[in-house]
Design a protein around this ligand. Structure first.
Ligand code: ZN
Length: 204
């Protein structure tokens, strides 16, 4: 399958697709590109969020793309960008913890300075050690927050008390969720019915 430049330009292949395990529980978010590969390899099926019908790759290719829906256009065929896929065999729910990474910290603090509350572009934010490293502060979820350039330089190498700073909220390790690596605006409306808190227990 050749994928047209249009689709690439739209970034459609990099859009998020929700991954459900065999029991219809959301466990992960992947890209449209990888989702189509998994469906092509018969590891997963495309789910229509509206009807909950599932499709193998060939069936999905034949499915007309509903008006208003984004499609990957190739010279010979239009394929709807899957919003949700269902894994054929995997039935567990990952229980790993949120890894401490710079990206996850930005997502936890929602690109917001935890001292003045200003939302900034990532190049105006840095990771601040609440208790400075020079005072034994560790690089952990509980001791690191985002700070804007101004707050970071005002606080410098001082503790909160010394600098007279207060945190907007106590930093904690985020709970794992299938949406951990996503900014809220990347979520699709159609995922709401698969939200973990709404899901019904399937099987035993
Ligand atoms: Zn600030």
């Amino acid at each position: 399958m050749r994928i047209s430049d249009d689709a690439v330009r739209l970034g459609l292949l990099e859009r998020a697709t929700l991954v459900l395990n065999r029991s219809w529980q959301p466990i992960h978010v992947t890209t449209v590109r990888r989702a189509l590969c998994l469906v092509f390899r018969e590891v997963a099926r495309v789910v229509s969020p509206a009807t909950l019908t599932t499709y193998a790759f060939e069936e999905w290719m034949l499915e007309p793309v509903p008006p208003g829906q984004l499609a990957i256009r190739s010279p010979s065929i239009d394929i709807g960008a899957p919003e949700v896929i269902l894994l054929a065999r995997y039935d567990r729910v990952p229980c790993h913890e949120a890894p401490f990474t710079r990206r996850n910290l930005f997502l936890r603090d929602d690109f917001t300075c935890q001292y003045c509350g200003r939302r900034c572009a990532s190049d105006h934010l840095s990771v601040d050690h609440v208790t400075p490293r020079s005072r034994g502060g560790r690089t952990t979820w509980e001791n690191c927050v985002l700070a804007c350039v101004g707050c970071n330089s005002r606080k410098a190498d001082r503790t909160l008390k010394e600098a007279g700073f207060r945190l907007l909220r106590q930093p904690t390790r985020p709970r794992w969720s299938p949406y951990l690596n996503l900014r809220p605006q990347q979520r699709l409306d159609s995922w709401a019915k698969f939200a973990p808190e709404k899901r019904r227990r399937v099987g035993s």
